[in-house]
Write a protein that binds this ligand. Structure first.
Ligand code: 5RP
Length: 221
């Protein structure tokens, strides 16, 4: 918890007055939103766009002013977590089920700052099951088509029922083991009818702030 808080707080130092800020989702992004809330109380003037209903509710509770997406041309900086990060700054995201909004927000951002602990750094992506957001209609067919790409796909459950995203879709968690060619895989997945998007973020991150067990925090860029 302490490490997550520290990397999150290091990322929030990049936020300046007047910025539009993208708020990530997850237990590390939680601390970034907390810190932003504290800075807003001290007088920081920002507007925010959240990547999930949960992060939006937290931001509102903390008094962070939100702005409708339609009213901004771009986001200055987005701070978000990740499930895996490789040497080329490719990411797996979506462990918290928010990958679609996270990717839309990241793509609209001038800078995506990713906050992780050292356990998320990997040589090759794929140990973490890749989340794929898919529409409910025809999910079994979509699942079979995804499995043709060389994985086992499982429908994500929550309290025994299928997990439903903020966008009303399902998540298939796909066990690839290793992903040799992430860029190729993202295109192949997104070409399957029924797939809305997947959790591979190909070179979207500008900075990776990493917390190490010994307390050191490093910024990779
Ligand atoms: C949510 C995400 C999160 O950023 C990712 O799962 C990391 O979460 P945490 O900081 O709790 O480990 O992609 O969809």
């Amino acid at each position: 918890m302490e490490m997550k808080k520290r990397v999150a707080e290091a990322a929030v130092e990049y936020v300046q007055d007047g910025m539009v800020v993208g708020l990530g989702t997850g237990s590390t992004a939680f601390w970034a939103i907390q810190k932003l809330g504290a800075r807003v109380k001290e007088g920081l003037r920002i507007k925010a766009i959240a990547t999930s209903a949960k992060s939006e509710a937290l931001a509102i509770e903390l008094g962070i002013p939100m702005v409708p997406f339609a009213e901004v041309d771009y986001i200055d900086v987005t701070i978000d977590g990740a499930d895996e990060v490789d040497m080329e700054f490719n990411l797996i995201k979506g462990g918290g089920g928010a990958l679609l909004r996270e990717k839309i927000v990241a793509a609209a951002s001038r800078q995506l700052i990713v906050i992780v602990d050292e356990t998320k750094l990997v040589r090759q992506l794929g140990q973490f099951s890749l989340p794929v957001e898919a529409v409910r209609f025809g999910i079994e067919t979509t699942k079979r088509a995804i499995e043709q790409l060389g994985c086992r796909a499982g429908l994500r459950l929550h309290d025994g029922s299928p997990y439903i995203t903020d966008n009303g879709n399902y998540i298939l968690d796909c066990e690839f083991g290793t992903i040799e060619h992430p860029e190729q895989l993202t295109h192949r997945l997104n070409a399957i009818p029924g797939v809305v998007d997947n959790g591979l973020f190909i070179q979207m991150a500008r900075k990776i702030i990493v917390g190490y067990r010994d307390g050191v925090i490093k910024t990779l860029e």
